[in-house]
Design a protein around this ligand. Structure first.
Ligand code: ADP
Ligand code: MG
Length: 279
């Protein structure tokens, strides 16, 4: 569907300056919309009069890996809560992929179905099931419990699980009980389970908290390898980690976007250094 600007009426006799200005059928032309996958517009939320988010606007390009940083209490989690429908904003809108539906009016469940996956800080894998079964449940979870319990995997589904296990580095552990995995491996499994649901946007909250250095490096490689195919937002405190994966960074402070740009620029931004990086 491509909505074109309505051309002005051409009239040979008319003076060019008196021609009507072309009216755009949609606020943002198709060409400009294409690279974007998520829009957050003028989002504000208050808790008992305290503004946790204050007129936050940001957009994500398709396939980008964005880091969201900022001091404690800056509003990072609240922003994720609004995007995923856990918290209703007081004002503002969120759009995914097409500008047809405002996500802030939908349920958490519906938003997840539309393609926003979220990984919380603590891994929530099914401990008693194998790594493979965890992926299987995640993949089929889309189709409801009845199918999940009784359906056999199709060839395409098996192929997808194999691809994901390879990607998250757990192919050799496919038959292992998830509860027996190391902390880092559980985090990767959970990322894999989210990928099985093929989200358009993946929100990842503090993925390296509690990880060893080696696990952090593998996580950086994993997230970087996902970029391009997936759009990912990473909230993270560990600046060494952020530097190792970051391209574009958004800094939140007191509920507002303080800065947004390439990591190299953000690190030199005096305001950012003052409120966050100088700590
Ligand atoms: P961050 O994730 O950047 O550390 P949060 O989004 O968790 O920040 O919090 C932003 C501010 O909003 C904090 O001051 C926090 O105390 C407050 N806040 C967050 N959620 C609630 C809530 N449900 N009720 C009251 N205050 C909240
Ligand atoms: Mg938080």
């Amino acid at each position: 569907m491509s909505l074109m600007p309505i051309p002005p009426v051409m009239d040979d006799d008319a003076d060019a300056s008196s021609r009507p200005t072309p009216i755009l059928a949609v606020p943002i032309p198709e060409a400009a919309r294409q690279p974007l996958v998520l829009w957050v517009e003028n989002l504000s939320v208050s808790f008992d009069g305290f503004k946790a988010l204050d007129d936050v606007t940001l957009t994500l390009d398709r396939g980008e890996l964005r880091c969201l940083i900022g001091p404690n209490g800056a509003g990072k989690t609240t922003l994720m809560d609004c995007i995923t429908g856990k918290t209703r904003p007081d004002s503002g809108q969120v759009f995914l992929d097409s500008r047809l539906t405002d996500l802030t009016k939908l349920s958490e469940c519906r938003i997840a179905e539309l393609g926003i996956g979220r990984k919380f800080q603590r891994p929530t894998v099914f401990q008693g099931h194998t790594v493979y079964e965890n992926c299987e449940l995640a993949l089929k979870g889309k189709k409801g419990v009845f199918r999940t319990l009784f359906a056999r995997l199709s060839g395409a589904e098996r192929k997808r699980i194999d691809e994901i296990l390879e990607l998250i580095g757990l192919a050799e552990h496919a038959g292992r009980q998830a509860g027996l995995l190391a902390h880092g491996q559980k985090q990767w499994l959970e990322i894999g389970m989210l990928l099985a649901q093929d989200p358009k946007v993946l929100l990842v909250d503090e993925p390296v908290a509690g990880m060893t250095h080696a696990e952090m490096e593998r996580t950086a490689d994993l997230l970087k390898s996902l970029a391009g195919k997936h759009t990912i937002v990473v909230v993270e405190h560990d600046m060494e980690f952020v530097r190792s994966i970051a391209r574009r960074v958004t800094v939140l402070h007191e509920g507002k976007v303080l800065a947004d740009g390439p990591m190299a620029q953000i690190q030199k931004n005096p305001r950012v250094v003052e409120v966050y990086l100088g700590e």
